[in-house]
Design a protein around this ligand. Structure first.
Ligand SMILES: [Zn+2]
Length: 197
């Protein structure tokens, strides 16, 4: 809950009153249960915890915080008490963060809105993808490929004419290069020569 907007201007409460089903959160799972009223107890614990946190942050008391944020909200079962932080905005809908105001009454037909968070599929690491192509990145030969690696990209930035493999690595800004046997030998023969520069 983002109730602490007084002190931290960057800490914005959620924008506008969200649709009822997204507001329900965890309580929604239990709306089907005959004993969903038991959540009153959890609701009390959580709201007290929130008020204590607010009181500590504002060097105030739980009673004062409760008085400041206590409002009533309209629900399908009539008005319900809840806590609310509201920022009025000119010409726009107010920013509202709300705690509670969910009627803990059994709803036999409650739809559980259980959306699994969409996750980016873990991208295959780039080098592995390049290795799987099985092609030399200098001459496109498919002879058994090796990986040449440099410690730092700055190692490649030396003055003077550059062998092709260095130009390719520097252009791609990659510390690895997949090469065939022939190109690998070329690199090895270039290396001692270059380190003397
Ligand atoms: Zn090659």
């Amino acid at each position: 809950m983002a109730f602490d907007q007084d002190r931290n201007p960057h800490h914005r409460p959620v924008k506008g009153p969200p649709p009822a089903e997204t507001r329900l959160g965890q309580a929604q799972y239990y709306l089907l249960a005959a004993d969903v009223y038991r959540w009153q107890r959890l609701n009390w614990v959580m709201s007290t915890s929130m008020l204590k946190t607010l009181a500590a942050k504002h060097s105030s008391t739980v009673t004062k915080m409760a008085r400041k944020h206590r409002v009533k909200t309209e629900t399908p079962h009539g008005l319900r008490r809840c806590f609310e932080a509201r920022i009025e905005r000119e010409g726009r809908s107010p920013l509202v963060a709300r705690f509670g105001g969910i009627p803990l009454k059994r709803q036999e037909w409650a739809a559980i809105n259980d959306r699994s968070p969409s996750r980016e599929p873990h991208p295959r690491r780039e080098l592995i993808t390049r290795l799987l192509h099985g092609k030399c990145e200098v001459c496109s030969s498919a002879d058994d490929v090796y990986v040449h690696q440099v410690a730092r990209l700055t190692d490649l930035a030396k003055p003077g004419p550059q062998p092709e493999w260095i130009r390719i690595m520097a252009k791609r800004r990659r510390k690895t290069l997949v090469v065939c046997r022939t190109c690998y030998d070329t690199i090895l023969s270039d290396l001692p020569h270059r380190s003397k520069q």
